[in-house]
Design a protein around this ligand. Structure first.
Ligand code: TXA
Ligand code: MG
Length: 342
């Protein structure tokens, strides 16, 4: 049983000192960030980080992000930082942005999956920030979920799954962004997006004119392919029920296709935009209307799906522009690449 600290609607963070002691003593703390909740541990301690992999049932070749609260911490764990990398950090931190840098020896191999690079992020959430500051060390934190399940964006969604696996839980209500940070790596002066997020390609293009989206962001990975980001290899975000993702930029075609699929099943469940709910009878879940709404809601809604015991889950897709790319990256995986675009 974890200790539970409710910080919803509070702005005095003195109580976080206790949680920071748990981190220093090699324990696990479930804490809020602006993207999704994280399971935090002392990022410089091998034994503490191994507990994260055990708690999540995560493969040890899938590396962790180190969360920092200032630039001195970055310099203590990374080296050979280029001007462009420096500029990216200055522009997008604190915020939903993770950069892969060359690691220093002090970073345990278990954090980086034995690679010579380390993923680093400076979150903007005040609780995450204070927790790191009080612990005075980089906090390793993957998303708060059992591996393969949708990331946790509300404590009530993940409490049963993680309560007996962590030492401390900090509740700050619902995550505002709802999808995990944008992960980038600079190679030969080109910014590669390894995982899309709230910081979009267009945002990055304001800093540099060379940005590429890694082909695995939307594509399917063949067995044995070498990837820049090991997280791409694994099944992700998937409900137990069979899911299909449908997208068309023609509204009428989109709705007809979703209705057609629904008519072929006995107990379909439809996840759709608020304005499209009226087109479907039976079980329907509301994704919200704007891309920001959908980003905030997708993991929460994916976690409701199995309760309906549907024989098919039909999910409305979005255009892959802007934040839409991050949403589609998660939804395509949730549907195990069962994706129809017409
Ligand atoms: O928003 C977020 O990033 C959340 C919150 C808690 O900060 N964290 C998160 O961590 O999503 P996680 O562990 O679920 O995802 C980390 C991703 C994985 O896809 C992993 O493969 C990639 O980052 N990654 C970590 N270290 C890497 C490295 N050295 N090179 C390439 N990819 C790396
Ligand atoms: Mg994750």
């Amino acid at each position: 049983m974890a200790k539970y600290l409710d910080l919803r609607n509070k702005s005095d963070y003195q109580e976080l000192k206790e949680a920071s002691e748990v981190i220093k003593n090699k324990g696990l703390v479930l804490f809020p960030t602006e993207t999704v909740y994280g399971i935090g541990a002392n990022g410089l301690d091998e034994e503490a980080c191994l507990k994260i992999f055990k708690a999540k049932g995560r493969k040890t070749d899938n590396p962790l992000i180190l969360h920092v609260s200032n630039m001195e911490m970055v310099e203590s764990i990374a080296e050979n930082i280029s001007e462009l990398e420096q500029k990216l950090m200055e522009t997008f931190w604190p915020g939903p942005f993770t950069i892969i840098l060359k690691k220093k020896k002090i970073v345990p191999n278990v954090v980086t999956g034995n690679m010579d690079t380390v993923a680093i992020r400076m979150p903007s959430h005040p609780i995450a920030n204070k927790l790191i500051e009080y612990a005075n060390l980089p906090i390793a934190a993957p998303s708060a979920n059992i591996s393969g399940k949708p990331s946790g964006t509300r404590i009530e969604d993940i409490f049963n799954e993680l309560n007996d696996k962590v030492d401390y839980i900090i509740d700050d209500g619902e995550s505002t962004i709802g999808v995990e940070s944008t992960v980038v790596r600079v190679i030969d002066g080109v910014v590669h997006i390894l995982r899309p997020g709230k910081i979009t390609k267009d945002d990055l293009l304001k800093v540099t004119d060379k940005v590429e989206v890694d082909s695995h962001v939307l594509g399917k990975l063949e067995e044995g392919t070498k990837v820049l980001s090991p997280g791409m290899k694994y099944k992700h975000y998937a409900p137990d029920s069979k899911c299909v993702l449908v997208y068309s930029d023609n509204h009428q075609k989109l709705i007809s296709k979703m209705q057609e699929i629904a008519s072929e099943y006995k107990k379909p469940l439809v996840l759709t935009r608020t304005s499209n709910m009226k087109y479907f009878k039976g079980d329907t879940l509301d994704l919200g209307e704007s891309l920001e709404d959908i980003s905030k809601n997708i993991f929460k809604e994916l976690r409701q799906v199995d309760k309906y015991e549907p024989d098919i889950v039909i999910i409305e897709g979005v255009s892959k522009e802007g934040l839409g790319l991050a949403i589609m990256n998660r939804l395509i995986r949730a549907c195990s690449h069962n994706y129809i675009e017409i």
